[in-house]
Write a protein that binds this ligand. Structure first.
Ligand SMILES: *[C@@H]1O[C@H](CO)[C@@H](O)[C@H](O)[C@H]1NC(C)=O
Ligand SMILES: *[C@@H]1O[C@H](CO)[C@@H](O)[C@H](O)[C@H]1NC(C)=O
Ligand SMILES: *[C@@H]1O[C@H](CO)[C@@H](O)[C@H](O)[C@H]1NC(C)=O
Ligand SMILES: *[C@@H]1O[C@H](CO)[C@@H](O)[C@H](O)[C@H]1NC(C)=O
Ligand SMILES: *[C@@H]1O[C@H](CO)[C@@H](O)[C@H](O)[C@H]1NC(C)=O
Ligand SMILES: *[C@@H]1O[C@H](CO)[C@@H](O)[C@H](O)[C@H]1NC(C)=O
Length: 562
């Protein structure tokens, strides 16, 4: 019964939207909230909105209650107030007669008039109010883009989905324009904890400084590279930029001859390890995947300070040793090669380490920092170590790209180390963090695994966490897009590479917002109401004047206009 209503709704949207590619979320209630279900023959998408008039705006909305990228349109200077109606549970209609003409005509009415019923009044008792001024003449950082990570775990789960169509839905959901519009991707050089086992290139023969076995892809990468190429093809992603990072060298290059624990690179292999990076880039490119960037290595402090907590592959560096390696080996090796323009990111670790890291690198080898084009930080522990760490890092990293290169939830002892399927609270944590990092000047964001299983793995040391999409490994015929997926999308989808952040100042704390001027001169602003009441938002634009939106409690929106 409910199903027939759902199909009717999507059919109407498909016809009236004029584009069969726009399909609504197939909502499902789960333990912690709502997810959108994708199968090989159905997945939700939203074609990017187009604007027909200069005064027109398009708004996409997601709410805790159940809106997911709900599209609506309006005009500056037209209505007194546009009301975004929250999702309503269809159960009452379902359990009654679904052939009831009233229900059907109401559905048609809603589809035809958009989601703005003229007379609807928001409950005045709780409505809060905020004004937000957007000034496109005040400009800040350039946006490099958004992305996720293609780990061994992701590759393994995809392989278990036997139907090509459902794999394609995952690729398109993240990287197509009608999906989240991602353009960045992080890939491990060899293995990482989200793999079935620890691994690296050229594990054997030992002491092989010529890396004679790095002349072809590892079998695991044969599969992964094919998958990523398929992703690139079916999603139509433009300018996909892949960032590589190594978790550990093969054990023979390390002081402890192990994957994890207190282990650093042996001095005699400093050049070999630089060559390993170059060979990996060559291998990827010769197999059809050009590499945009590399980092100096994932979380270097894991192998020198945190080895009692970290059980997975790591390679320990101090800032002093890394400065020497970068200055004498990695930097010159790349800058003298065919890949001299590769972007090299430093740190690739928690932000509480970064100011000291670069300070000590600079003290050891002032030249080492000139090889670094960007700062890549992980978001864990940001609640404790605030934005001042970013400001201090900037002293050493003037005019360098600044991105987040890893984020996920479930890593802390007080959090459940697995997906809380459907959790809006976890999505809100993402929303707050994207907002604050973008305001701090960050230019890009690469999230961790794009898909994990129900337990938050596979991870070879059970270091399980949450992910924006969760697989159903019972059947491998469905996957679930979590609220987190849409939250990330509110930042990525309508903010393409090359957008520039502009000034957006809310009049009070009821609203969190960031805004961008896109390369096509349109404005995209992300509006986040994390409060428990609905909110009247007066958008004051320096060119178009005002428009007032009433948005539900616990909601996020992206508005697009000329
Ligand atoms: C069916 O509709 C009636 C009238 O609209 C309503 O009062 C009732 O609660 C509905 N039944 C269920 C099971 O929701
Ligand atoms: C149709 O539904 C409406 C409201 O749910 C109810 O008032 C009306 O009696 C129903 N009509 C029929 C013919 O069932
Ligand atoms: C980096 O080191 C150089 C040389 O020691 C020094 O002159 C410079 O001030 C340092 N940079 C910063 C930002 O401290
Ligand atoms: C991971 O968890 C599984 C199941 O609980 C267990 O059998 C396995 O030994 C654990 N592995 C590690 C490395 O802790
Ligand atoms: C996966 O699918 C099975 C079979 O349909 C179902 O019983 C199970 O609840 C699903 N898992 C999740 C997390 O929804
Ligand atoms: C726009 O809103 C601001 C703040 O509420 C107000 O001061 C201003 O008069 C409004 N402008 C117009 C043209 O309504």
């Amino acid at each position: 019964m409910c199903r027939s209503l759902f199909l009717l709704g999507s059919l109407l949207i498909a016809i009236i939207g004029g584009n069969a590619e726009t399909l609504p979320c197939k909502l499902k209630d789960t333990q912690y909230g709502k997810v959108c279900v994708c199968t090989s023959d159905y997945c939700d998408y939203l074609e990017n909105p187009t604007l027909s008039k200069d005064s027109e705006f398009a708004l996409i909305s997601s709410t805790k209650k159940g809106l997911r990228f709900e599209l609506s349109k309006g005009n500056f200077g037209a209505e007194d107030k546009y009301i975004i109606k929250d999702y309503e549970e269809p159960t009452a209609q379902c359990s009654n007669d679904t052939n009831n003409a009233t229900v059907i005509s109401r559905l048609i009415d809603e589809a035809l008039t958009g989601i703005f019923p003229n007379a609807e009044k928001a409950s005045t008792s709780t409505t809060r109010f905020v004004t937000i001024k957007l000034d496109r003449s005040k400009r800040f950082q350039r946006i490099e883009g958004f992305g996720g990570s293609f780990t061994g775990a992701v590759s393994y789960l995809l392989e278990n989905y036997k139907e090509q169509e459902i794999q394609d839905h995952l690729y398109k959901s993240f990287y197509a324009d009608k999906g989240l519009g991602f353009n960045l991707m992080r890939v491990a050089m060899g293995g990482c904890d989200f793999d079935l086992e620890a691994w690296a290139y050229n594990e054997l023969p030992e002491n092989d400084i010529k890396l004679t076995k790095m002349d072809k892809l590892d079998d695991r990468d044969v599969i992964r590279v094919e998958q990523i190429k398929r992703l690139r093809e079916v999603s139509g992603v433009k300018n996909m930029r892949i960032k590589g990072a190594a978790w550990s060298a093969p054990p023979w290059m390390k002081t402890n001859n192990r994957w994890t624990g207190f282990g650093r690179l042996k001095r005699e292999f400093y050049q070999t390890w630089a060559d390993y990076h170059l060979k990996w880039v060559e291998l990827m490119e010769s197999n059809g995947l050009p590499i945009w960037a590399i980092s100096t290595g994932n979380e270097p402090t894991n192998g020198v300070f945190f080895m009692f907590f970290v059980k997975f592959m790591s390679l320990g560096w101090t800032p002093q040793t890394q400065a020497i390696w970068l200055d004498e080996h990695l930097g010159p090796t790349f800058r003298k090669s065919k890949y001299k323009d590769i972007v090299i990111f430093g740190n690739d670790d928690q932000r509480y380490t970064s100011p000291y890291w670069f300070k000590l690198m600079n003290q050891t080898r002032p030249n080492s920092l000139k090889y670094i084009d960007g700062v890549a930080l992980h978001w864990y522990w940001d609640e404790i170590f605030g934005s001042s760490f970013v400001e201090k890092t900037n002293d050493y990293m003037v005019d360098k790209i600044q991105i987040i290169s890893e984020s996920c939830i479930g890593d802390k002892p007080w959090q459940q180390a697995k997906p809380l399927i459907g959790s809006w609270d976890r999505a809100e944590k993402y929303g707050r963090s994207y907002m604050s990092h973008i305001k701090d000047g960050f230019q890009g964001w690469i999230d961790w695994n794009i898909i994990l299983d129900e337990e938050g793995g596979p991870n070879y040391v059970n270091n399980t966490v949450d992910a924006p999409v969760v697989a159903n490994t019972t059947t491998y015929t469905e996957f679930y897009k979590q609220p987190m997926f849409y939250m990330i999308g509110h930042f990525s989808k309508l903010v393409p590479e090359g957008s520039v952040r502009i000034e957006a100042i809310p009049s009070n704390v009821n609203l969190d917002a960031v805004a961008f001027l896109r390369p096509d001169d349109k404005i995209a602003a992300v509006l986040f109401n994390s409060g428990r009441a609905d909110l009247d938002i007066v958008i004051v634009d320096t060119v178009h004047g005002n428009v007032t939106l009433n948005v539900p409690a616990k909601s996020i929106h992206t508005i697009l206009y000329n």
